[in-house]
Structures are given as C-alpha cells and as structure tokens.
Design a binder for this molecule. Structure first.
Ligand code: SAH
Length: 353
C-alpha cells in the first residue's frame, strides 16, 4: 500500500474496530460504509455527529472522487466522467447502459506502466496506484450522479489492475458487500494485458469474476512490438495461465482484440489467432471481443473499417472461435480511454503529467 488506508478502503469490520477505538457505537460502521457506497464523503454524512466528522476528516484523506467533467452521449445513454482525486490527480470512469443493466468502467491506476503502443493511458507512465476506496468511490460517484443502481463493473479504464493487485482485490470484495454496493462477482470483469504470475494468484482467490485478456496479436514478434509486457511473459506463458485459470475457476475466458489497420486485422491473422486459441484452450468455452481501435493521435495507429472487422469476426466464427465486434457505445463521447485525462492535464487541470 503506498499510503495509509483511507476510510473508503475499509471493510465494515475494520470500520467497526475503528469506531470502537473512538468510543463510538458499532452501528456507525454500517452507517458509514453504506453512505460511502452512495457516493457521500465523511463530511456529507449528516447522521454522524459533527465532532466525529471533523475528527475523521482531520485524520484521513478524503478519498471520495469528485466529478470534474461529464460528457453524456446523445446516442445511447453512455456517460463518460473525469474524476478528480484528493491529491489533484484525475482518472476516467464510464457509465454504460445495457439492456441487462447499468455497468461502470473503472480506472485502477493514475496512468499506466505497461507501455502498450496504441494506448493513451500509458503515455505519461504510471503516476500512482488507486486505493481500493478510490475505486469504490468511482462507482459510487457515478451511481449517485445517475441516481441508478449499478449492476456490473468492468475494470477496463486507465491502468493495469494486476499491477495494483492488492488494492484491486480489496476493491472487489468491498463492492460485493451487501451492506454496500452489493455487486455480484459474476457481474464483474477484470481486464489484463497479461501479468502472468498474478493470473495464477487470481485463480487461487476463488472469486467467480470474468477474466478478460487483452491479446491484440497472435504471434510473439508482433505482440511484443505493440505490447511490451509480452517481452516479459510471452504468448505461451500467457495462454497456459489462461488454461490454468479456467481449470481452477470454470469461468469462461474472454479475450479482447483491438483491431489496428494494417497491423493485426488481416484474415490470415484471424486464422492464426483461431489456431492459437484452439491449441492452448481446446474444449474450453471462450469468447473474443473485437474492438476497433479508438485512434490516439500521438500513436499514429489507424482504425480499420467496419468491413475489415466483420471479416475478421467471420473468419474466427467459421473456425469455431466465438467472436463479436463490440458495439461502440457512446461513440460521440468516446475519446479513447486516457484521452480525457490527458486533455485535462494539458489544460492545466492537473500538475502530474
Ligand atoms: N490494462 C488492462 C485494462 C485497461 S484497457 C488491459 O490491458 O487489459 C481495456 C482495453 O482497451 C484493453 O484491451 C486495451 O488494450 C484496450 N485499448 C487501449 N487503448 C485502446 C484504443 N486506443 N483503442 C481500442 N482499445 C484500446
């Protein structure tokens, strides 16, 4: 942990111990935990005695993120937020409305250390990890603003969640608590670029979340070029870890594959991908989500047209690998993840990039 635990990161049991040490009744713990999951900060919990609020505010940082910018799609109800953290840093979170409910996409770090060549989030490197409480605060801030119950979470915003393992695991357990947001593990997806040792650790946690692997290439030379993490843990190590994860949890593995024009979007590449997945994960249920690149000016990479994406999906499906082209929700507000934060920093909203 890179700084003292904030109140938002505490479980109801830890809060109970804290309040007990302050001579406060046990019911305060549930009161505060539930208020946090509704997006309130300590100062806003009017049922707490003022003296106690002041005492807590003086001792603990206010981890509740504040909405700095809000961009609502005119097309489909998607809302993209820039959230300001207590130390002036900013992250992005997105509210997405699907037929089966409302899902929030959260960031797990300020910036990212992984260096994927097409991604905006990693351009300034990793500034710091988010605490578990700050991630809870992202979900709660959006729930409060939208006035809606949140049904699902995807950890697919800024950052590499498996590079912030302990805080992310604590976050998963906090949002699952019935006294709080009460989000079922089956409605939570965690996306990783392939931090292999942590995939094995995650398999042992016995949480029925969906693991989503960012693949983006089907051979090591190409993958290492666009995803430096592959130089440390190659496709063989990654896909063996996926098989082990499936065998330990029984959960379907989901793959993300961002289509980049002229880089990884040819039918030959689709054939190689199908062969690779079938070789490492025979008879395992899996799914490939194809995402057309969101162009990031600084990278020079281009997005393929819809026809190339459909052809890629058709090739995979024909070869027995289930693939769908992801619907582009909020395409009118959908600056690629990480761009809102960079724009805000460029305007002087944040002094850390
Ligand atoms: N670090 C995690 C989660 C964050 S990104 C991971 O790598 O999985 C969520 C997904 O968006 C990843 O698959 C990532 O590779 C992809 N992505 C990043 N930048 C993108 C862009 N400009 N266009 C399309 N997809 C992108």
């Amino acid at each position: 942990m890179d700084r003292p635990l904030d109140l938002l990161s505490m479980t109801p049991e830890e809060l109970r111990d804290l309040f007990s040490s302050l001579g406060q009744p046990a019911y305060r713990a549930k009161q505060v935990f539930s208020a946090f999951s509704r997006g309130l900060s300590v100062g806003e919990i009017s049922t707490l005695p003022k003296k106690l609020r002041d005492e807590l505010a003086a001792t603990y940082p206010d981890a509740t993120p504040r909405i700095a910018e809000k961009h609502a799609s005119a097309l489909d109800g998607t809302v993209k937020y820039l959230l300001r953290l207590f130390d002036g840093n900013a992250v992005e979170a997105v509210l997405m409305r699907y037929e089966h409910g409302t899902t929030v996409c959260v960031s797990s770090q300020v910036g990212c250390a992984m260096g994927c060549a097409f991604c905006a989030s990693t351009i300034g490197g990793r500034v710091r990890n988010l605490t578990a409480g700050e991630m809870v605060g992202e979900v709660a801030a959006l729930a409060r603003d939208a006035g809606e119950r949140i049904d699902g979470i995807v950890i697919m915003g800024i950052g590499e969640p498996l590079d912030n393992y302990d805080n992310v695991l604590r976050f998963l357990r906090l949002v699952n608590r019935a006294e709080g947001l009460g989000i079922g593990y089956r409605h939570i997806s965690l996306s990783t670029c392939g931090v292999v040792p942590k995939i094995y650790d995650l398999a042992k946690e016995d949480l029925p979340i969906t693991l989503s692997i960012s693949l983006h290439a089907s051979d090591d030379a190409r993958r290492s070029r666009i995803m430096p993490v592959n130089r440390k843990w190659d496709l063989d190590q990654l896909l063996n870890a996926c098989a082990a994860y499936f065998d330990a949890t029984g959960r379907r593995i989901s793959f993300e594959y961002t289509l980049i024009a002229g880089e990884n979007d040819t039918p030959d590449e689709a054939k190689r991908l199908a062969g690779l997945l079938k070789m490492y994960l025979p008879d395992r249920p899996l799914h490939v989500n194809l995402i057309r690149l969101n162009e990031v000016k600084e990278t020079g990479y281009k997005t393929p047209d819809g026809e190339a994406a459909r052809r890629f999906a058709d090739t995979l499906n024909r070869l027995g690998v289930t693939a769908t082209v992801r619907r582009r929700l909020g395409s009118d507000v959908n600056a690629a993840c990480g761009q809102l934060r960079r724009q805000s920093a460029a305007k002087g909203g944040e002094g850390t990039v």
